[in-house]
Design a protein around this ligand. Structure first.
Ligand SMILES: Nc1ncnc2c1ncn2[C@@H]1O[C@H](COP(=O)(O)OP(=O)(O)OP(=O)(O)O)[C@@H](O)[C@H]1O
Length: 644
């Protein structure tokens, strides 16, 4: 226990909230968030979870529910006292669980909420953020100035009461038997004066209909019948699982509610996939593709969020039904065939689950493909949100790579959201490869000199700026028989591709001049190579340059430069391949250096020129000059000579 515990009169203990809980509660108590209805959605969702947990535990210990086998959530209110009560006959909480669950913040969603709040630079109190996150139990303090939780863990004889006004601490004491439910949790909210309307049956009915109609446990509203003076139960929802209903009986609104309820997302689903697979394995699927990125999309654990049910009983949300590159898909899979009491460990290599995983993955990819064909705009915005994640599949799931290649959209030198099929269709005569350039951003890549020769020939280049790109291009064999080739690696096959006529320079040099020029260029290359020595693995004439004098490229065999940089960033990775310096034979600076070199007696100034060429190429490649001090002194020297 991290909090301070004080023993007060009798057996009542006072506990302090964890600091972060206090922060959250402060926000709840002072919330100006207009949509306070969500507190009831959160409490009902917790109550339903508690029922599902017990339903699952009872599979191996049926005694736990033998006295009361029908799960339900009961709402009641007292207008005069201004209270609203939520009861469930779910798993309940022991004393230790009350302390752990209602005094600390365990769930990542709430933590993410607080992080967002800390980064919130809008200058407001961040209350608008509340609506985007499920902040759970603590949201009760938006409407109540005191909350009492009385809970009895299923199977326990003792019950405990937890009471707090949301200001720094809560009190725990044993609950009298008659104050507690035989099993489960009762939460009483003492509504703030200005929130008393939440005790009205009309608003309770409305909130349940709007937010909780899909909860898989029936919800009842208890009301006093004026005439008979008896408490009567009104069924608000029947608790039947939405996915068991036929598509034609479900409205878009219900799908959306279910999506929000089951995923904790608060956007609209961009795509809803609902079907029942029949045959050797039978299962139902209700899956949603969100519109916006879930906060944990780039969490290192890359966990999926599909919930596994077996014949309507919740089993786990940890079954990895979909591959990690589809981890943004939310929803449920309900199997008819997996044994109900299967342990989580056994699930891992259960052949039925493997078959289900395969079926659902294929179905989602084919639905995505359909969407790409039918609704380009919608697919594009989905791709913008999740493309970087889907691309992980290009190297993690080689079996489905071709299927994924149909989905992938690229920014290229020709435009945005280009498909590989479009690329191949627009390939130039004699072009045999699909060219790509890696970099930190589209802008940075477009500025790199390696692209010039391709641009001059109007050869399209894929601009790959996501960090996963460096990986899949290494392993992808090709698309439609064309290999992938980096513009910054090895020699180019650009000579075979003609430059457009209009841009071709008129060549008025005589053959004699040309031969002379080639001779002096060859001399320059040898000189630069000798001067730079170990700093480069080669110096050669380039055909990938148009306007820049030099660039560096990676050796023909070995990793692309961008990939190498990425690896250098990883601890312990020792990759250090000497780059190749390529020289633009048509550039004025290069030609000037070459002619200076001819017959020069003192070549020391020209050595500075050679070093500056390399440093310039390194800078263009986003690197530092090998030795910044020497670079600066050489540059000053050359500039001084120029300004004399
Ligand atoms: N009615 C309940 N019965 C049993 N346990 C409960 C109940 N309400 C809350 N809890 C426990 O308290 C914990 C914290 O609840 P809270 O609403 O803050 O977050 P959460 O339910 O874990 O998150 P989420 O709402 O996203 O599932 C729950 O995980 C659960 O263990």
């Amino acid at each position: 226990m991290s909090d301070q515990t004080q023993q007060a009169a009798g057996e009542t203990e006072t506990h302090s909230f964890e600091a972060e809980v206090s922060r959250l509660l402060h926000l709840m108590v002072h919330a100006v968030y207009s949509n306070k209805d969500i507190f009831l959605r959160e409490l009902i969702s917790n109550a339903a979870d508690a029922c599902e947990k017990l339903r699952h535990e009872a599979l191996t210990n049926s005694d736990l529910i033998k006295d009361d086998p029908d799960f339900k959530i009961t709402l009641s209110s007292d207008g005069e006292a201004g209270t609203l009560t939520v009861c469930d006959n779910g798993i309940g909480m022991s004393k230790a669980e009350l302390i752990d669950n209602l005094g600390t913040i365990a769930k990542s969603g709430t933590r993410a909420f607080l992080d967002q709040l800390a980064n919130n630079s809008n200058g407001d109190d961040g209350s608008a953020l509340i609506g985007q996150f499920g902040i759970g139990f603590y949201s009760a303090f938006m409407v109540a100035d005191k909350v009492e939780v009385v809970s009895r863990r299923a199977g326990d004889s003792e019950a405990w009461s937890w009471v707090s006004d949301g200001h720094g601490s809560y009190e725990l004491s044993p609950a009298a038997d008659e104050d507690a439910l035989p099993r489960g949790t009762k939460i009483v909210m003492y509504l703030k004066d200005e929130e008393k309307s939440f005790a009205d049956a009309v608003s309770i009915r409305r909130i349940v209909r709007d937010y909780s109609s899909h909860v898989p446990v029936p919800i009842q509203l208890m009301q006093m019948d004026e005439e008979s003076g008896q408490l009567e139960a009104e069924d608000l929802t029947d608790g039947s699982a939405l996915w068991t209903k036929s598509k034609s009986d479900i409205t878009q609104e219900q799908y959306k509610d279910f999506y929000q309820y089951s995923s904790g997302q608060f956007d609209e689903p961009a795509l809803t996939i609902h079907y029942r697979a029949e045959g050797r394995t039978e299962y139902s699927v209700l899956a949603f593709l969100p519109e916006t990125k879930p906060f944990d999309l780039f969490d290192p654990n890359r966990k999926g969020r599909i919930k596994l049910y077996v014949r309507r009983v919740f089993i786990t949300d940890d079954a990895d039904i979909l591959p990690a590159y589809l981890r943004f898909v939310r929803g449920i899979v309900d199997s008819e065939d997996i044994p109900l009491n299967i342990s989580r460990e056994m699930l891992q290599d259960n052949p039925i689950l493997t078959a289900i995983s395969k079926g659902v993955t294929n179905r989602i990819l084919s639905e995505l493909e359909k969407m790409a064909q039918k609704d380009e705009e919608k697919f594009t915005s989905l791709w913008e949100a999740f493309g970087a994640v889907i691309k992980e599949g290009l190297y993690e799931d080689p079996e489905r790579r071709d299927q994924l290649f149909k989905l992938v959209r690229f920014n290229t030198t020709k435009g945005e959201n280009r498909t590989l099929a479009q690329y191949v269709e627009d390939m130039k005569e004699n072009q045999t490869s699909i060219y790509y350039a890696l970099g930190d951003s589209k802008e940075a890549i477009l500025a790199s000199p390696q692209l010039e020769g391709y641009q001059a020939r109007e050869v399209e280049v894929l601009l790959l700026a996501d960090s996963v790109d460096a990986f899949w291009v290494q392993t992808a064999l090709g698309f439609d028989g064309k290999s992938f080739k980096s513009v910054s690696q090895g020699g180019t096959d650009l000579d075979a591709i003609e430059k457009p006529k209009a841009e071709e320079e008129t060549d008025d040099k005589s053959d004699e001049d040309k031969a002379k020029e080639q001779g002096s260029l060859a001399e320059l290359i040898t000189f630069v190579k000798e001067t730079l020595g170990e700093d480069v693995s080669d110096v050669r004439i380039s055909n990938r340059l148009a306007t820049s004098p030099v660039c560096i490229v990676a050796p023909d065999f070995g990793p692309d430069r961008q990939f190498e940089k990425l690896m250098r960033g990883q601890k312990g990775m020792q990759v250090s391949l000497k780059p190749i310096l390529e020289i633009n034979p048509d550039h004025g600076l290069v030609l000037a250096l070459a002619s200076q070199l001819e017959g020069a007696a003192d070549k020391s100034d020209l050595k500075d020129g050679a070093y500056l060429l390399l440093d310039q190429a390194l800078i263009l490649d986003g690197e530092h000059p090998a030795n910044p001090a020497e670079f600066a002194s050489r540059l000053s020297k050359v500039m001084m000579a120029g300004f004399k």
